[in-house]
Design a protein around this ligand. Sequence first.
Ligand SMILES: NC(=O)c1ccc[n+]([C@@H]2O[C@H](COP(=O)([O-])OP(=O)(O)OC[C@H]3O[C@@H](n4cnc5c(N)ncnc54)[C@H](O)[C@@H]3O)[C@@H](O)[C@H]2O)c1
Length: 357
Amino acid sequence: MLQRLRPLRTPLRSSLLRPAAKTTFHTLPAQRNNNNNNTNNKPSSDPAPSSAGAYARTDDSIKVTYPSASDLPASTPVSGAGQTGTNTLPTLATFSLQGRVSLVTGGARGLGLVMGQGLVISGSDLAIVDLNLDEARRQAEGIVETFRRDYPHATKVPRVTAHYADVSDEKSVEACIREVIEEHGRIDHLVTSAGFTENFEAVKYPIERMRKLWAVNVDGTYLFATGVARHLMERKAQGSMVFIGSMSGSIVNVPQPQAPYNSAKAAVRHLAASLAVEWAEAGIRVNCISPGYMLTALTQKILDDNPELKAKWTSLIPQGKMGVPEDLMGPVTFLLSDASKYVTGADLRVDGGYTVT
Ligand SMILES: NC(=O)c1ccc[n+]([C@@H]2O[C@H](COP(=O)([O-])OP(=O)(O)OC[C@H]3O[C@@H](n4cnc5c(N)ncnc54)[C@H](O)[C@@H]3O)[C@@H](O)[C@H]2O)c1
């Protein structure tokens, strides 16, 4: 729930595009004296424009707590021209996931749901893993129904199953991996999308919430990755994984304060790189996708309540718009498939160019 938002300041770009000659400088009287008397060639006090730093700062008044699942609308599988449906155009065979088994954590909603659907459209069987088992079951049926409708002539309809796990709990993760292997025979690919963000100024963020946030985002990624890696190593099979980080693991978002989330996502990104090196010899590739601002049920709810926040965010994105979950279907399929077999330890930013400016 977004509790309080200050009105936003002038969008960043308009201020940056203002001609330099019109920029006004405010100096304190003491500084002015200092500057005028600067006869001995000492460095002068730095006169700062009144807007100095203003558009690159966090705003401590913004507080967003992660809503409960019942407060968010359910996501829907993607359907429609250009996204799904029989492809009559030639495509590289190495992009296919035909005959593979993929496991997606946090797959009942948002980015995880649509990435899972992208893997199914690319030929993979799918295990949806989520805290919300009822929703995972409903969405598993929805993905299969959509597939049957979009591919009426398909010779094989992918198998999609639903499983409960709390990714932050070791026993729950172990039991879930066992259950998926029992039902599908094996696991070839992992996508870790279970995760959440909250916005609080750091000095007021309760340590228990920070521990929970790290437990889901970081421990959850670690527990599923190591569990699936052990299974692949036992089988002496090759496999690939994609961890869902965030651009927040490389940059600091403004204006909403979220230091615990940013640092958790930096950990996820570096965990992918570290495990990629450790498991390269075993034939297991590990990569990270760092999405920018994506329109999901969660971000939509925040923006519905605070449309001014969208103006601020989009003013900082070179492509001028937020992403949609479908924008991750291609990147995740590429990184799991043999099309990327010489790519490991990479961080693929899917952010409309946000992090390069
Ligand atoms: N939406 C964005 O703009 C955005 C941007 C960058 C990164 N991300 C990251 O992408 C991932 C997915 O985000 P989303 O927007 O789809 O979120 P979402 O809240 O819509 O979906 C997250 C799913 O994870 C599940 N989940 C939460 N805690 C869990 C737990 N302990 N165990 C098992 N499942 C759990 C939820 O039930 C839900 O189905 C997150 O890691 C998020 O940090 C999102």
